[in-house]
Design a protein around this ligand. Structure first.
Ligand code: GLN
Length: 255
């Protein structure tokens, strides 16, 4: 596990180094986006508290951070909901400007997109039934593990426990439902959504153990360095002036 963390940290540092190269912030009117004057964000709105539906509105930490960035750049924000696994390809294909989805920076993704500075930390958590004999990541060997398709949890579990022991669901809610119905022995998913899912499903608990720690950042096309610099510059200011922390605290209550 430690190796993974170190690798992720190295990636983040490379990423920060890259972001730091472009120091001047472009004026909003000149920053090229899919639609002029609009920041189009791709996300998967099944990931509370980072993104979820409130009525027909997509809200949450990522939506608020994106809105604050758009405001700084003098742009309107538009959010497009899609499968998590389509976000990077949509960024690459120029269908959306940014992917903001509690997205972990990893080596494979860095080959396909650029990442902003990290704005939050995620931890892969393990959800089990209250009476489960699984007490730590070591106990997952030979168990049937539910994950969300195309996420880092999916990748780690296949690497560590074998493809045959992992069932991938289209989103976290469906994976947790499968656990509640006894179709899998546990679910590996990011800790904040895990807390949300456990609070709305009886008989489940989160193990008091951290499987892997990760950095969340904003994905931007490698072909749009101007946008990377603009978004990264705005995000850095929002981190420095405490706005990002205020948004995180609004949705994530201290234990
Ligand atoms: N942090 C995980 C990842 O990047 C899960 C993100 C998500 O499901 N929205 O793969």
């Amino acid at each position: 596990m430690k190796k993974k963390l170190a690798l992720l940290l190295t990636c983040s540092m490379v990423m920060l180094g890259l972001a730091a190269c472009g120091s001047e912030k472009a004026a909003s009117s000149t920053v090229p986006t899919v639609v002029d004057g609009v920041l189009t964000m791709g996300t998967n709105a099944q990931f509370p508290p980072y993104e979820f539906y409130d009525g027909d509105q997509i809200v949450g930490i990522d939506a608020e951070i994106a809105q604050a960035i758009a405001d700084k750049l003098g742009m309107k924000l538009e959010i497009t909901d899609m499968d998590f696994g389509s976000i990077i390809t949509s960024v690459q294909a120029g269908k959306v400007d940014v992917g903001i989805a509690g997205m972990t920076v990893n080596e494979e993704r860095l080959q396909n997109v650029n990442f902003s500075t990290s704005y939050a930390t995620g931890v892969q958590a393990i959800i089990v039934k209250e009476d489960s004999d699984i007490a730590s990541p070591d106990d997952l060997a030979g168990k049937l593990i539910g994950v969300q398709e195309n996420t880092t949890g999916h990748i780690y579990c296949e690497d560590d426990f074998g493809t045959e022991n992992v069932i991938a669901y289209t989103n976290g809610a469906t994976a947790v439902q499968a656990l509640a119905q006894g179709k899998v022995d546990c679910v590996v998913i990011d800790n904040e959504p895990a807390k949300n899912f456990v609070s709305t499903n009886e008989g489940l608990k989160i193990l008091n153990t951290e499987y892997v720690t990760e950095d969340y950042a904003i994905a931007i096309s490698k072909d749009n360095e101007e946008l990377l610099n603009a978004v990264d510059g705005a995000l850095k200011e929002l981190i420095a002036d405490g706005t990002v922390q205020t948004i995180l605290d609004k949705y994530i209550k201290a234990e």
